[in-house]
Design a protein around this ligand. Structure first.
Ligand code: UDP
Ligand code: UDP
Length: 470
């Protein structure tokens, strides 16, 4: 039978990510894994993307997977007044939500007809009527932790009313049946503001998510057993659809750009000697904090690779590195580490034997990449879901979290303190325990996505379900 004939026997799945590398990357990794499981895949893409990194990744993905259909999704113009935000990623997410009605005619023309539609966690309520009208099973892909999903799923309950009415104290814990309970101090600050558009959207989506056929999460059972049980056994919210742990989604070959200086530099460093520092794809740090981090790294005595970001969107980065760091710090850094102010292939770096620790904002993709490579972390949550993710990192033994550092912009953490904590991660007595525990998490992560692992089996069963309803 010809290849195209054969593909008619397999389910056809469409994927719709929202804006930002933290969403696009896991979606494209999932797409790659569905292709490997012989699914027919369509990915909906938006032009222009918010960041340069997104457009690069999209083009590399389609070069690597010519068999995947790229469907262009034309959006209504962005509108700061409806988005009530100036954040370019939220402006685009709002435009996608308002344009969702344009999807029905597009999706219904696909051949062979779709078996399932997987949409981003920030697009739930506008996408449910679309999948319903096309009689298509619809799945929410939650790109953060299962623990964060427990909070998301509770936003349509009395927990959210209490958050919004300000009746909690910061020292309280939420009445969500997950162990250990979620501290109020870990809630994303934007949720505490009853007027924030994000809070409104997520509340609406939380209410509607029970109409999805399932929720996919980039996590694995060993890492988040209790949160997954709480979600699947109705402890968080009655009526939730099945929650599928399908992670860690494996980093793919197509993500790798030109192998640049970081990899060459790492090749010359001893095993486990380097600290990698990055706050993800969309967190800009203030100048004062950047310089303190620089002094902390130098003071720690460890070698380092440090990605500096001064703008949320990569296209806006203008200043040269020496302008940001200043002459004195540039001099001090010489010969001690590598500092860059551009995109790096993070997963390649984390997978390099020279890297021994990761100072991270604990974005969920970064945390899962550290887990996958068994690299210990020093979590420094900056905003959003990151404190809740840091709790997972800490509980699993994958890393440390210094609570007194607060959210990113709350305090400027001094270089000396940063240096001490890096040493603690890399060399203290507790660090050898940390190294063993992180390596164990890494083994379990590989097992989960390996042959007959929990996540591999879950994804296969899901594909089988799509096959059966075809
Ligand atoms: N990333 C990367 N190189 C960079 C910055 C980020 O490869 O220079 C990747 C990182 O590996 C992860 C994603 O971008 O896959 C960031 O997602 P995460 O959820 O960690 O954080 P966000 O950027 O959404 O805050
Ligand atoms: N958030 C979430 N899941 C995610 C990322 C973020 O639920 O995967 C929540 C988080 O609580 C945060 C809010 O969405 O308060 C906005 O996050 P942000 O705009 O930083 O999202 P990102 O672009 O980093 O995914």
């Amino acid at each position: 039978m010809s290849d195209s004939g054969d593909l008619h026997l397999h389910p056809h799945v469409a994927l719709l990510p929202s804006a930002g590398m933290g969403h696009l990357t896991p979606f494209l990794r999932l797409a790659a894994s569905l292709v490997h499981q012989k699914c027919r895949v369509t990915v909906l893409t938006i032009h222009p993307s918010v960041s340069h990194a997104e457009s690069q990744l999209i083009s590399r993905f389609f070069s690597a997977f010519p068999q995947v259909t790229q469907m262009h999704f034309p959006l209504l113009p962005v509108d700061p007044s409806t988005a009530k935000s100036e954040d370019p990623f939220w402006l685009q997410r709002d435009a996608i939500r308002r344009s969702a009605y344009l999807l029905s005619p597009l999706l219904s023309t696909l051949s062979p007809p779709l078996s399932a539609l997987i949409y981003d966690e920030f697009l739930v309520s506008p996408l449910i009527p679309i999948s319903t009208s096309l009689s298509l099973p619809g799945y929410t892909f939650f790109t953060s932790s299962a623990r964060m999903c427990c909070l998301f799923a509770s936003l349509s309950t009395s927990v959210a009313d209490k958050i919004n009415s300000g009746s909690y104290r910061l020292s309280d814990h939420l009445e969500i049946q997950v162990t250990p309970p979620i501290p109020v101090s870990s809630i994303p600050p934007l949720f505490m503001n009853p007027n924030s558009i994000l809070g409104t959207i997520l509340k609406e989506d939380s209410r509607e998510v029970i109409k999805s056929n399932g929720i996919l999460i980039n996590t694995f059972e060993m890492l988040e057993q209790d949160s997954l049980d709480a979600l699947n056994k109705g402890r968080v919210r009655k009526g939730l659809p099945p929650v599928y742990a399908i992670g860690p989604l494996e980093p793919c070959e197509f993500e790798i750009g030109e192998r640049g200086l970081p990899l060459k530099w790492l090749n010359d460093q001893p095993a486990g000697s380097v600290v990698y520092v990055s706050f993800g794809s969309r967190t800009a740090s203030i100048m004062e904090q950047i310089r303190e981090i620089g002094h902390g790294l130098v003071g720690s005595g460890y070698r380092f690779i440090w990605v500096v970001k001064t703008k949320e969107v990569d296209r806006d980065e203008e200043e040269e590195l020496h302008e940001v760091l200043g002459h004195e710090l540039m001099q001090k850094i010489q010969g001690k580490g590598l500092v860059v102010k551009h995109w790096v292939d993070q997963s390649e770096i984390l997978g390099h034997k020279a890297v021994g620790g990761f100072l991270s904002h604990s974005g969920w993709n970064s945390s899962m990449e550290a887990a996958y490579h068994g690299v210990r972390m020093l979590a420094w949550p900056q905003h959003g879901d990151q404190k809740i993710n840091a709790e997972v990192v800490e509980m699993s033994g994958l890393g440390l979290w210094v609570r007194s550092w607060g959210w990113g912009h709350e305090v400027v953490v001094k270089g000396e303190e940063i240096g001490e904590r890096i040493k603690e991660m890399m060399e203290s007595e507790s660090s050898s325990l940390l190294r063993v525990e992180a390596a164990h998490v890494g083994e379990e992560a590989r097992k989960a996505v390996g042959v007959c692992g929990s996540s591999e089996t879950t994804l296969k069963e899901l594909i089988q379900e799509w096959n059966d309803i075809k």
